[in-house]
Design a protein around this ligand. Structure first.
Ligand SMILES: Cc1cc2nc3c(=O)[nH]c(=O)nc-3n(C[C@H](O)[C@H](O)[C@H](O)COP(=O)(O)OP(=O)(O)OC[C@H]3O[C@@H](n4cnc5c(N)ncnc54)[C@H](O)[C@@H]3O)c2cc1C
Length: 202
């Protein structure tokens, strides 16, 4: 269990308690205390990420899978998976799966969001969530209709691509499948492309 205190005073009452200091929990905690006097208890089952090389160095992210800081879940066998038990990696560490993931920045497909809204979830359609995505981004090329430039998450294209990856991207571009990142980020078209990476916060 990890604790980060906002100040040295012992606090026993909290305005909010958040269980899980993963991607969502950390953002919610930050939003709740930014510019407010709110007190937040953020509980995390895993430990600190200090000293874990595969977290500090994103290119080693694969080593996080099955590590001691992974929940190492396994799905129950199901007829839908031909009765197989499938392994599911989830980060058990400060930052959660956001600390153990591959740092690929990929926005969901417009139709998925719109389907959720149509299923009775107002506010989840693509046009409604787009400003929120933009607000989170600090895109290396600056703001556009689809990208933000003043958010807390710096996003840039992956550097030093393997020649095979470059050839693959060039091929998709030549077939009209490759989209420029400033354009509509439809997931189907970007699936095989490591469009951008983030720098893990230290
Ligand atoms: C190996 C891997 C690679 C991935 N690659 C990418 C990628 O490249 N790009 C991308 O966009 N997404 C990727 N993802 C998915 C992405 O990381 C997750 O969708 C996202 O982090 C989920 O956020 P979350 O807040 O829902 O959960 P998490 O970030 O997993 O946070 C949940 C937190 O809750 C804690 N917790 C759970 N139970 C308790 C409890 N009872 N008490 C206290 N704490 C608890 C966990 O330890 C964890 O820290 C990847 C995921 C994994 C596992």
């Amino acid at each position: 269990m990890s604790f980060i205190r906002r100040n040295k005073d012992e606090i026993t009452d909290f305005d909010y308690i958040i269980v899980g200091a993963g991607s969502a929990g950390c953002v919610i905690a930050r939003r709740l205390i930014d510019g407010t006097e709110a007190s937040v208890l953020l509980l995390e089952a895993g430990g600190t990420d200090e000293g874990i090389a595969s977290i500090a160095n994103p290119s080693q992210w694969v080593e996080n899978i099955g590590a001691a800081h992974d929940w190492n879940y396994t799905y129950s066998p199901s007829p839908h998976t031909d009765d197989r038990s499938i392994f599911l990696s989830r980060g058990k560490v400060l930052g959660g799966s956001g600390s153990t993931n591959a740092l690929i920045w990929l926005r969901g497909n417009r139709t998925d969001f719109d389907d959720w809204a149509q299923a009775g979830n107002p506010g989840w359609d693509y046009d409604s969530v787009l400003p929120l995505f933009k607000r989170s981004e600090d895109w290396e090329d600056g703001a556009s209709d689809y990208r933000g430039s003043s958010g807390p998450l710096h996003i840039e294209r992956a550097k030093n691509l393997h020649p095979v990856a470059t050839a693959l991207i060039d091929h998709f571009r030549s077939t009209g499948s490759g989209r420029e990142p400033a354009g509509p980020p439809d997931s189907g078209r970007l699936m095989f492309r490591r469009e951008a990476s983030l720098t893990r916060a230290q």
